[in-house]
Design a protein around this ligand. Structure first.
Ligand SMILES: Cc1cc2nc3c(=O)[nH]c(=O)nc-3n(C[C@H](O)[C@H](O)[C@H](O)COP(=O)(O)O)c2cc1C
Length: 289
């Protein structure tokens, strides 16, 4: 079947703090505008429905330590084997297509191929970073603004039959494997989060943890060992009660509120150095007013 004949798509995504979720919804709208029927699944709380007869599979995930988060691999493990169905893999990162990120989709692609999918296209989106070094506000505003344009251009590629598979750097392939250790570290990360005196025992974290890893015991959150370090509980707690000191946690909605009506400074001004090289490259053809 040619891309122009596709009528339906299955969109599967994992999101922690909402960046990939925002991208997935944007992608869904854009697909629907093209007349494509979309079946969307968020990989959360064990709802890993694996059957679908859609013409195209699209998988989106946030980059975690130059890799995909565990729920994505668990989901692929659960899907039935297919016969050469087309698939697209889109990663969402804070840093863009720089080292060590260039191999971040390899594990996901390899696993999909083992299940019989033909990965015809891959790409990287950038959203405001939630990890260690926060994205400067002006850059975040730009990233959010151009998201629909980026997604439209990706879909234009896919539906006009353009195939794209990247060639990750050798060293990044190795680093991506080594960084899988992050998945072990993540298990204990949650256990180290303590609620502070802001905690009201409202249970938001228990209800919204995508891993069902938090239980309220005596009105306080207690973490089990299934944390994937998605940071949702920390970022989205309505009472800021789960903030570890090293992270500056700002939700996408907060950034939007802060940047309302402000023309962001130029990209070169606010994104200097290697860390933001991928972001500068990503934004270079897009000017926003
Ligand atoms: C545990 C963890 C590891 C991360 N590792 C990377 C990384 O290796 N490279 C990168 O560019 N961004 C990294 N990030 C940033 C996220 O990929 C980025 O903020 C993404 O937009 C988060 O998506 P989400 O809001 O859907 O969770 C990491 C974030 C977390 C929480």
């Amino acid at each position: 079947m040619k891309p122009s004949d596709w009528k339906s798509a299955r969109l599967v995504y994992f999101t922690g703090t909402g960046g990939t979720g925002r991208a997935a919804l944007c992608l869904m709208k854009s697909l629907e505008k093209r007349g494509i029927k979309v079946n969307i699944t968020e990989l959360t709380r064990g709802t890993y429905n694996s059957s679908s007869d859609a013409d195209l599979l699209i998988v989106l995930f946030p980059v975690h330590a130059a890799n995909a988060p565990l729920p994505v691999y668990e989901w692929i493990e659960s899907v039935s084997v297919v016969n050469k169905k087309p698939a697209v893999v889109i990663s969402v990162s804070g840093g863009g297509e720089i080292s060590p990120n260039t191999a971040c989709r390899s594990g996901c692609i390899k696993r999909l191929e083992k299940k019989g999918y033909e990965v015809i296209y891959e790409n990287m989106l950038i959203m405001p970073s939630n990890w260690i070094v926060p994205t400067p506000d002006g850059i975040s505003a730009r990233l959010l603004k151009i998201l629909p344009v980026k997604i439209d251009s990706i879909l234009n590629d896919i539906f006009s039959g353009i195939r794209y598979r990247s060639s990750p750097k050798f060293i990044d392939r190795i680093l991506s494997k080594v960084f899988e250790l992050e998945k072990m570290g993540a298990k204990t990360f949650g256990r180290k989060i303590n609620s502070n005196s802001n905690c009201t025992g409202c249970g938001w974290c228990e209800i919204n943890c995508p891993r069902e890893n938090i239980k309220l015991i005596n009105g306080r959150p207690v973490f089990d060992i299934y944390c994937v370090m998605c940071l949702r509980c920390i970022y989205c707690c309505p009472y800021n009660a789960l903030k570890p000191g090293m992270l500056k946690c700002i939700s996408i909605e907060d950034i939007e509120k802060r940047m309302e009506g402000i023309l962001p400074p130029s990209v070169d001004e606010s994104a200097k150095g290697y860390l933001w090289k991928g972001v500068r490259e990503y934004l270079k053809d897009y000017d926003i007013q």
